[in-house]
Ligand binder design. Structure first.
Ligand code: ADP
Length: 271
């Protein structure tokens, strides 16, 4: 479904140039949910925007279904973190969800049906005629997810989609993404800074190094399904994997279980 080949990207020129991506290689088969984690500012969003055709990379290539990405592919949807800026405040929830479906060539009745189905899938059928600003943050993000679902993309990209909602809503939205993936067999690439989340929702966790980012590790998540917010997070395999990802993100893969060395502060030595 997705191939990222030796992708590099540098922002700016000359002494102010910032090399964000240092050569990323990544292949995602159809139906897989891949989480991408890495240190803050390492280039996760740059990678996602390059896949979406929103950033033209300096080097390398992105292919979706074998075709090089030069502009945003038709069969792709993106859910951004900032839901407040991704929904149109002057449009009802239903119209927000139905809007991109014009690109699919659906008539008005078909657009309304698809929007109603997607809103039902995220538990918001009763909010269809409301406006985004009448909803809580978590509900607005569900509208953004419904809009992506209604479009029925083969590839769904999510950039820190639950970063601005409370912990309970975040867990509900994680389970919603898992349900959607199960139901629609979509391929999903989800960027997150939350290591627990990456292990909980991912089939696979790709860890990036700090900038210029390359793939530091590509870990398969072998946890039994269906996943459960309490039971799954208690499993020894979950705890082990989240620790491994955490060490990799911090750049300490060689970490052992021995306690850190206790050093004597220099001012005590002098006394
Ligand atoms: P992440 O998503 O991992 O936090 P980003 O991809 O957003 O990282 O950014 C990677 C680096 O590139 C950061 O240092 C950021 O400041 C820089 N950057 C991102 N967008 C731009 C831009 N449009 N112009 C210049 N630098 C940018």
């Amino acid at each position: 479904m997705l191939d990222v080949v030796n992708l590099t990207h540098t922002y700016g020129n000359g002494p102010d140039a910032h090399r964000a991506l240092g050569g990323i290689d990544l292949s995602v088969p159809e139906g897989q949910l891949v989480c991408v984690v890495g240190p803050s500012g390492c280039g996760k969003s740059t990678l996602l925007r390059s896949i979406a055709g929103l950033v033209r990379p300096t080097g390398g290539e992105v292919r979706v279904k074998g075709r090089p990405v030069t502009a945003t592919p038709d069969d792709l949807a993106v859910v951004f973190q900032d839901y407040s800026r991704s929904l149109f405040p002057w449009m009802s929830v239903r119209d927000n969800v139905a809007l991109p479906l014009r690109r699919r060539g659906l008539d008005r009745a078909a657009r309304r049906t698809a929007a109603a189905e997607a809103l039902a899938a995220v538990g918001l059928e009763s909010a269809a005629t409301k406006y985004p600003w009448q909803l809580s943050g978590g509900m607005q993000q569900r509208v953004a997810i419904a809009r992506a679902l209604a479009y029925r993309p083969s590839l769904l990209l999510m950039d820190e989609p639950f970063g601005s909602v409370d912990a309970q809503t975040r867990e509900d939205l994680e389970d919603l993404v898992l349900a959607v993936r199960e139901h629609h067999r979509m391929t999903i690439v989800l960027i997150t800074h939350d290591i627990d989340e990456s292990v909980y929702v991912g089939d696979r966790v790709v860890v990036l190094t700090s900038a210029p980012a390359v793939v530091a590790a590509d870990l398969r998540v072998d946890l039994p399904g269906p996943r459960d917010q309490i039971g799954t997070r208690e499993l020894p395999a979950f705890v082990h994997l989240r620790s491994e990802v955490s060490r990799l993100v911090r750049g300490r893969p060689e970490f052992s279980m021995t306690p850190p060395h206790i050093t004597t502060p220099s001012h005590i030595d002098k006394e």
